[in-house]
Design a protein. Structure first.
Ligand code: GLU
Length: 461
């Protein structure tokens, strides 16, 4: 072990196997400047030393090098007219990362920060996450640097139609099946499905997931990521003989993942006292009023600052700042990557954090993860804890393929079973590889081995 400065300039402990270091060095070299992708690859490779000691054939078959290289990367122009007739040009992406286990599967993100490095980190993570679900889905991710904030419904529709006019030729229910992510919800999926149907003249329901219930969507898909993360944390708490009952919980974000995390946490007896958006956070010591958050975010599509104004006494809004300053026993980051820094992690630990479940993709920086691990916090990495969303997408594909539609109860029962099994697989794998309770190691190894075994069987392709 030795210290090293990472891409963000902070000192961290590095423990990468000597045989894997050249692979990482090559990934960093040929993907220069893609900090988030480097971070995601480094974390997985740090977990694989124990795997190659047990299965040296993964090295001979260059499986790690192959897994770090996307199968295909598509970058395209997306021109569209705003309501005043002015032309805008955005950039569209789809990274088809790995199809050893099934068609590429993963969401589309519309956010001004989107670039190829971010889509690659998300596609890489998605590959292992999807493997952990044990359902037949490969990994992919896409999106655009389009900023939906402040855009009218007709502008959003024109953008989605233009985006799909290029993307449709790369998709198909047996090829690549996108869904939503940040900035892409049911409305956007509807516009994109409409344009796909028009261009192909095929009602191919299984080509997109996260669809509305009116045209082939799955019940419980909207709730799935948040409910799944909460069930995962519930399973972790149970290993220490405790539950959500009476615990103070902070949930960052106020989008789809955050809303349904709060709903399930409250269901299980937890007290959610804070949530946020990109402008700031609200603290409500009486417990967040979820009906009000839903009204503000899902109906009015307004800012979370409105919460304090409408709720009145007891609630206050803090512009900027860090939501992780709010003392809590359980943290559920559900906003975006790298939202918990080392400093935030130290504050959370000092304030008595017991467990953390990552609802967002890679919300904790590497130094934050080190701090949680050495403090003995129950830490659920996103690729395991937030897999409920994509798992339910795969259940949506099953319903579409069989032209069937399940009840909410049936779907939630399947989802709860999948989350329990992901939890148990991660715990058992960590134990098998000599690191009991280390869910990061368990998730990385279990996900990697599933994909690597399939790739090995398929030959050098
Ligand atoms: N964007 C979600 C994720 O990060 C869901 C992807 C999907 O349903 O395909 O897993």
């Amino acid at each position: 072990m030795n210290g090293e400065f990472d891409e963000r300039g902070s000192l961290r402990v590095v423990s990468i196997d000597d045989k894997l270091q050249p692979i990482l060095t090559e990934v960093l070299r040929r993907n220069a400047g893609e900090a988030e992708f480097h971070q995601a690859v480094r974390e997985v490779l740090e977990s694989l030393g124990r795997v190659i000691a047990k299965h040296p054939h993964y090295l001979d078959q260059a499986l790690i090098e192959r897994i770090c290289e996307p199968e295909r990367q598509i970058i395209f122009r997306v021109p569209w007219h705003d309501d005043k007739g002015q032309i805008h040009i955005n950039r569209g992406f789809r990274v088809q990362f790995n199809s050893a286990l099934g068609p590429y599967k993963g969401g589309l993100r519309f956010h001004p920060s989107v670039n190829v490095g971010i889509i690659k980190f998300l596609g890489f993570e998605q590959t292992f996450k999807n493997a952990l679900t044990s359902l037949p889905i490969g990994g992919g991710k896409g999106g655009s640097d389009f900023d939906p904030k402040g855009r009218s419904e007709t502008e959003i529709m024109r953008f989605c139609q233009s985006f799909m006019t290029e993307l449709f030729r790369h998709l198909g229910e047996y090829t690549d099946v996108p869904a939503g992510d940040i900035g892409v919800g049911g409305r956007e999926i509807g516009f994109m499905f409409g344009q796909y149907k028009r261009l192909t003249n095929r009602y191919e329901a299984g080509v997109l997931t996260g669809k509305g219930l009116a045209y082939g969507g799955s019940r419980a898909r909207k709730e799935a990521t948040g409910y799944g993360n909460t069930w995962f944390v519930e399973s972790m708490l149970a290993t220490r003989g405790t539950t959500f009952e009476g615990k103070r919980v902070v949930v960052s974000g106020s989008g789809n993942v955050a809303i349904y995390t709060m709903e399930k946490v409250m269901d299980l007896g937890g007290k959610v006292i804070a949530c946020s958006d990109s402008g700031g956070y609200v603290v409500d010591e009486n417990g967040i009023d979820l009906g009000l958050v839903k009204e503000i975010k899902e109906v009015r599509r307004a800012r979370i600052s409105e919460y304090a104004r409408l709720r009145g006494t007891g609630a206050h809004y803090i512009a900027g700042g860090s939501i992780w300053d709010v003392p809590c026993e359980v943290a559920m980051p559900s906003a975006t990557q790298n939202e918990i820094t080392g400093k935030d992690a130290r504050t959370l630990v000092k304030n008595g954090l017991v467990a953390l479940g990552e609802g967002a993709n890679m919300p904790s920086t590497p130094d934050a993860i080190q701090i949680f691990r050495s403090a003995g916090v129950l830490f659920a990495p996103g690729k395991a804890a937030n897999a409920g969303g994509v798992a339910t997408s795969a259940l949506e594909m099953q319903q579409n393929a069989s032209r069937d539609s399940w009840t909410s109860e049936q779907t939630q029962t399947r989802l709860a079973g999948i989350m329990r099994s992901i939890h148990d697989t991660c715990a058992a794998t960590a134990e098998e590889y000599g690191a009991p309770g280390d869910y990061v190691l368990g998730a990385n190894i279990a996900g990697f081995v599933k994909v690597a075994e399939a790739m090995n069987a398929l030959g050098v392709i």
